[in-house]
Write a protein that binds this ligand. Structure first.
Ligand SMILES: *Cc1c(COP(=O)(O)O)cnc(C)c1O
Length: 359
């Protein structure tokens, strides 16, 4: 069965799904009716509102989180043969962005308690060629930014999974030199595909803005076509208005899961007031693949939270914590359009499958 047809099965609870409503529809239709659907006024408005929400001076829309990373690296002056430090336990978008500019990805391990990049491993990996660290807030849990900034190496905050999250009550995206976001379909808020770069630095943001588009430039250098369309921005504006509600809903589903699994011999996500629960990631004994298959047979989608740790693409074995996380972690459905009833069904079915596997 194809993924789409599985997701549409009656009563099936997918692992992940966007939450869209009439507001997004109406906003998108209004843009189409103007006849001007490319990057324009809506994109500008989305940038302004998004910067306000983050508490940063500036924001630039782009067409994906990957593009946001790529342009951030270029705007910081990163180039071929520079070293960029990234964690192993994350998607390949980071590896791609670093590779686009010919830089060297230095893959480091994670903190097993948070599943975020390990600041000590980062410090040990710094050389005279280190240009930047990319620090994702994995699964919506903010990384330890103050420890990462201590080294003095510029940090790109990867907020692709953590929009609306906070560190000491300040929004994520304000601690690093630059921050990026993704609005892919199943991220916390969506424009279908899309991304954003935010920063307080006018210079860095001007750099990103210049590289995002190629037309009407006085000089020639390599520039990109990474623009967002006004139709996407119109959808993004509606999603942004709903963001606080989305996060409240995610947290309430997380509360239900914490309660349901309290007595189980599994490691639950860290309780942190800044966590927005993009994913609810469990860590347990037993083969996640098998649990995933059994949940699927009972109508529940679940997944390994990371497809494959990055160091394994290089047959390297220097990231034991990422290996352990991959061996033990499972992500359960959590999104605003998941009803409390469905969340309870997920918890019940998971409990069944778990107990059956741990008899
Ligand atoms: C999704 C994601 C990206 C890439 O975003 P795209 O919009 O898919 O290009 C980068 N970093 C992290 C942590 C992500 O989860």
């Amino acid at each position: 069965m194809s993924k789409a047809s599985i997701n549409n099965r009656q009563g099936f609870i997918p692992h992940s799904r966007p939450t869209l409503g009439r507001e997004e529809q109406q906003n998108a239709v209004q843009v189409i009716e103007t006849g001007m659907i490319c990057q324009g006024e809506m994109v500008e408005r989305f940038e302004k509102k998004f910067a306000e929400k983050c508490g940063t001076a500036h924001a630039v829309c782009v067409n994906s989180g990957t593009s946001a990373l790529h342009l951030s690296l270029l705007a910081m002056g990163a180039k071929a043969d520079d070293e960029i430090i990234i964690p192993s336990y994350v998607c390949t978008a980071l590896l791609n962005a670093v590779s686009y500019i010919g830089a060297v990805p230095v893959v480091v391990d994670i903190d097993p308690a948070t599943l975020n990049i390990d600041p000590d491993h980062v410090k040990k990996s710094i050389t005279s060629r280190t240009k930047a660290v990319i620090a994702p807030h994995m699964f919506g849990l903010p990384a330890d930014m103050s420890a990462l900034l201590e080294s003095g190496i510029p940090v790109i905050e990867d907020c692709a999974q953590a929009v609306g999250g906070t560190i000491d009550e300040k929004p994520v995206g304000t601690a690093g030199h630059l921050a990026i976001f993704s609005f892919y379909a199943t991220k916390v808020m969506t424009t279908g595909e899309g991304g954003m770069v935010v920063s307080d630095s006018r210079e860095l943001i001007d750099g990103v803005r210049d590289l995002r588009e190629y037309d009407e430039k006085g000089d020639f250098k390599i520039r990109y076509n990474y623009k967002m369309t006004d139709v996407q921005a119109a959808i993004g504006l509606s999603q942004l208005e709903k963001l606080d509600g989305f996060i409240a809903k995610r947290r309430s589903i997380a509360d239900a899961y914490y309660k349901a699994f309290e007595t189980f011999n599994i490691v639950l996500p860290p309780r942190d007031t800044g966590h927005i629960f993009f994913r609810y990631v469990l860590s347990m004994d037993g083969d996640p693949e098998r649990i995933i298959r059994e949940l699927l047979a009972k109508g529940i989608g679940s997944a390994r939270p990371v497809y494959k740790p990055l160091h394994r693409y290089f047959s390297s074995n220097g990231c034991p914590n990422a290996d352990t996380a991959w061996d033990r972690s499972l992500s359960l459905p959590i999104y605003p359009s998941l009803s409390q009833e469905d969340a309870e069904r997920v918890a019940d079915v998971f409990a069944d499958v778990y107990n059956h596997n741990n008899k």
